[in-house]
Design a protein around this ligand. Structure first.
Ligand code: ZN
Length: 54
């Protein structure tokens, strides 16, 4: 997991878990640690990732 960093406030589109989405260090891919959902960052579905800023 050292190649990934957490995205604060991000909600997984697959399982709905918050703060479980990680971003690969080269920003090429996102991954959920709860359900193993993963996606290339430039894919259409990444737009459904909701990032909540405080
Ligand atoms: Zn998930």
């Amino acid at each position: 997991m050292s190649d990934y960093k957490f995205i604060a406030g991000a909600v997984c589109p697959m399982c709905g878990d918050m703060d479980s989405i990680t971003l690969k260090n080269d920003d090429s891919e996102i991954k959920c640690i709860s359900c193993n959902y993963s996606k290339q960052k430039d894919a259409e579905e990444i737009k459904s990732i909701k990032i909540i800023n405080d």
